[in-house]
Design a protein around this ligand. Structure first.
Ligand code: ABN
Length: 181
């Protein structure tokens, strides 16, 4: 086995001589220094531990804040819906304040008092059922802040307010601001 270790020694020596011949001792030491210092500094560099890096990339490289449902009229958590009961007209071809085509606003309505997160103020909101078409069936929403049973009709949301219209078919509900507290 002595011949094998001799062979390895010789090959190692030849390789070292070759590198030393081509690069010189100073440049070898400089490279060694870079490797040693880099290895010590690299673990100290800051890096993203939040796990959001992949998500930002998936979203096309731009970091987008998650939309706040309290400011999205297509979500039941939207601030104006605090005493809402029905289907959101924003999901049914209408808007926050407009009944969908082919329906009309109920002649009577109920009200709620909801806080706008943007300015912290309380707003009086009128909820109107939209009448004349079968139930929309999308975005059912039921919130009951300050809602009261039927003996306080003006703040009661759990009845079909299309009852006084020509067609009493209930489709969806709008939310109109009518005052500021
Ligand atoms: N006010 C909305 C509604 C309509 C029908 C039945 C219950 C509630």
């Amino acid at each position: 086995m002595g011949w094998l270790t001799d062979l390895i020694d010789k090959a190692g020596e030849r390789a070292v001589r070759h590198v030393a011949h081509r690069h010189g001792r100073r440049s070898m030491l400089a490279r060694l220094g870079v490797v040693l210092v880099g290895g010590a500094v690299l673990p100290m560099l800051p890096f993203d531990r939040s796990g959001q890096f992949g998500a930002a990339h998936a979203a096309g490289g731009t970091r987008k804040a998650k939309a706040d449902p309290a400011e999205d009229p297509t979500k039941c958590e939207y601030w104006r819906y605090c005493a809402f009961d029905g289907y959101l007209c924003t999901c049914c071809g209408g808007s926050l304040t407009q009944c969908p085509p082919g329906t009309e606003a109920s002649k009577v309505s109920w009200v709620g008092t909801c806080q706008n997160p943007k300015d912290g103020r309380q707003y009086l909101v009128s909820y109107n059922d939209c009448c004349g078409k079968a139930s929309c069936g999308e975005c059912l929403c039921n919130n009951n802040e300050r809602e009261r049973p039927g003996y306080r009709l003006g703040v009661h949301n759990d009845i079909n307010w299309c009852m006084a219209n020509t067609s009493s078919m209930f489709h969806c509900t709008t939310s109109v601001i009518v005052g500021v507290a």
